[in-house]
Design a protein around this ligand. Structure first.
Ligand SMILES: Cc1cc2nc3c(=O)[nH]c(=O)nc-3n(C[C@H](O)[C@H](O)[C@H](O)COP(=O)(O)O)c2cc1C
Length: 217
């Protein structure tokens, strides 16, 4: 089947594209409004973009009623946010926080999460998150009236001790399993890993490595 993007309604584009480009990590983003109240919401149009500058990217749409979301409003006003990664220790809280609360209600209270001070920004991080990336706005690009792209520069990183090896200064992969967003209401855990270094020309030319050779489990 072949499609031109213009043949698809907005709903179909969302349905196909979000189901095809998977898995996506989920950023549980904390922000603070002008009154000092914190907000937490999940965003899966999210990824790491580069390391120098250290940039993450977030994609925002408006609500169906046309209002912009609290997270982007707070980011525009304060220029700061924290991306909290989500693993088993906090996935239940993320699902609760994604419910449609009334403005006077706090998803943070309902989700039962705690906040801790950040190192480099004046927005708290989620204490239970395995990893928090403290960001300041690098650029906000308004793509249309209802869509915006936020580039955030990571100023500081918080990593839970149990997933960090101080000797190698590396993440311990067995201890870190962030969730993956699929589409609709579907999510996944990371599956089986495999190791394969970039092949050398020698491996391909002399040892006959071919595209059909699938890395072993
Ligand atoms: C797993 C998940 C991923 C989401 N990803 C996005 C996203 O990338 N962009 C977006 O605009 N909304 C996304 N949403 C919807 C927002 O989280 C939702 O609109 C939320 O209520 C916004 O809260 P806020 O008004 O406090 O910012 C996502 C929701 C869930 C549950």
């Amino acid at each position: 089947m072949d499609f031109k993007i213009n043949e698809l309604s907005q709903y179909e584009r969302y349905k196909f594209l979000s189901a095809l480009v998977i898995p996506r990590p989920v950023a549980f983003v904390t922000t603070k409004n002008a009154e000092g109240k914190h907000n937490a919401a999940p965003f899966s149009f999210f990824n790491l973009f580069s390391e120098d500058p250290a940039l993450v990217v977030l994609g925002f749409s408006h609500r169906p009623d046309g209002r912009s979301k609290d997270t982007i409003n707070n980011i525009r006003a304060s220029g700061q946010f924290v991306v909290n990664m989500i693993d088993k220790s906090i996935i239940g809280a993320m699902h609760i926080a994604s419910a449609d609360f009334l403005p006077e209600e706090s998803e943070i209270d309902f989700a039962g999460i705690d906040l801790s001070p950040s190192q480099a920004v004046d927005v708290m991080r989620i204490t239970e998150s395995p990893v928090s990336l403290e960001c300041k706005v690098f650029e906000i690009k308004d793509l249309t009236e209802r869509r915006a792209l936020v580039l955030g520069e990571v100023l500081a990183i918080h990593i839970k001790d149990e997933i960090f090896d101080p000797m190698t200064r590396r993440v311990i992969p067995e201890n870190y399993s962030p969730i993956a967003r699929l589409y609709g209401n579907e999510y996944a855990w990371l599956g089986k890993r495999y190791t394969k270094a970039i092949p050398t020309r020698d491996e391909i030319r002399e040892k006959g490595l071919q595209a059909g050779d699938i890395p072993e489990d």
